[in-house]
Design a binder for this molecule. Structure first.
Ligand code: 4NP
Length: 158
């Protein structure tokens, strides 16, 4: 049983690095016996090699998550082979993954499908938004990460 999780957005500097950092922290704190490997990537190459957007780093830091060591990379076809869950932040990026995927045994879907009591199944792109939009990304990623970890830990105990 392996739980290799890749989060995917457009630039890999706002949403998917937030999901990566939040899931890693919640897994270590609340699900210490569930082994997870987590990474993130972008469907676009605009920001490859860059740290997360400073507004993303600040919003995450406000809720106790350190994203400063992360660096952007672009998703590759090999990722669809190597990861068990490849989870997109929105439908546009899920469509891009499906074009890249061909046949894959990974679970390809929307991250927020795992979130309980959420009024949306997409994490909206905050790039052209304000501070509230970046805070909302962190909150949605917390809901998604909690739900995904519950899903994985439930599967493992069966
Ligand atoms: P992300 O946000 O996909 O959540 O990382 C964006 C980052 C950069 C751009 C758009 C969205 N951009 O157009 O450069």
């Amino acid at each position: 049983m392996s739980n290799r999780i890749l989060f995917v957005c457009l630039g890999n500097i706002c949403r998917s690095p937030t999901a990566e950092g939040v899931l890693r922290a919640l897994a270590a704190r609340d699900f210490p016996h569930v082994p997870v490997y987590v990474d993130s990537a972008g469907t676009a190459n605009y920001h490859v090699g860059e740290p997360p957007d400073p507004r993303t780093v600040a919003a995450a830091r406000d809720r106790g998550y350190d994203l400063s060591v992360l660096r952007a990379r672009q998703v590759s076809p090999a990722d669809l082979v190597e990861f068990d869950y490849v989870l997109a932040m929105d439908r546009a990026n899920l469509a891009a993954l499906n074009r890249l995927a061909g046949a894959t045994r990974a679970h390809l879907g929307l991250f927020l499908e795992y979130a309980a009591d959420c009024d949306t199944d997409e994490v909206p792109d905050p790039y052209y938004g304000g501070k509230d939009d970046f805070q909302r990304v962190v909150e949605l990623c917390e809901a998604g990460a909690r739900g995904l970890l519950r899903h994985i830990s439930g599967q493992r105990s069966k």
